[in-house]
Design a binder for this molecule. Structure first.
Ligand SMILES: Nc1ncnc2c1ncn2[C@@H]1O[C@H](COP(=O)(O)OP(=O)(O)OP(=O)(O)O)[C@@H](O)[C@H]1O
Ligand SMILES: [Mg+2]
Length: 142
């Protein structure tokens, strides 16, 4: 599925819509793999996603901490930034597998995940199509 977003808010709304869809379809736990360059809008998408699963939370890219945990919602939510992950050892070292089994996970920079990709990920690709326009591609198996 391909959708164009023309504002940050539209990208946030798409993130929210995906979270609603996962909740409504009883899909839990679930892993959302985000792909896209610096400044594509991955964190914007996560803001909308987290707004549904953990209302009121303030989302910031966990660039240095790798993962931010949101446990105040109905189900745990884990937001990853895998930019600084360079090996599967790094991933296992931070308890990646345990997170994957324990909640909704949404991860920026899944280019760095290699063969450690969890099963049946929801794939989201965000590409710059213009100054404020983004092409967002969601996997078909939703
Ligand atoms: N349609 C759009 N959707 C999302 N962001 C947009 C859009 N148009 C412009 N932007 C701008 O693009 C930037 C996206 O920033 P964001 O932090 O979400 O990117 P990112 O993919 O998480 O980058 P990083 O790889 O550094 O984490 C923001 O400055 C935002 O204002
Ligand atoms: Mg980001």
């Amino acid at each position: 599925m391909e959708i164009f977003s023309n504002t940050v808010e539209e990208t946030e709304h798409l993130g929210a819509a995906l979270a609603e869809h996962l909740l409504n379809s009883g899909r839990f736990p679930a892993f959302v793999a985000l792909y896209g360059d610096l400044g594509a809008g991955k964190t914007a998408f996560v803001r909308g996603f987290a707004g549904v699963l953990s209302p009121g939370s303030r989302v910031k890219s966990p660039t240095y901490t790798i993962v931010n945990e949101y446990r105040q919602g109905k189900k745990p939510l884990f937001h990853f930034d895998l930019y600084r992950i360079t090996s599967e050892d790094d991933l296992f070292g931070m308890g990646f597998d345990e997170y994957v089994d324990a909640g909704y996970c949404i991860a920026e920079w899944c280019e760095h995940i290699g063969s450690a990709m969890p099963e049946e990920p929801v794939i989201v690709r965000i590409e710059k199509a213009g100054e404020t326009s983004r092409k967002i591609t969601l996997s078909e198996d939703l």
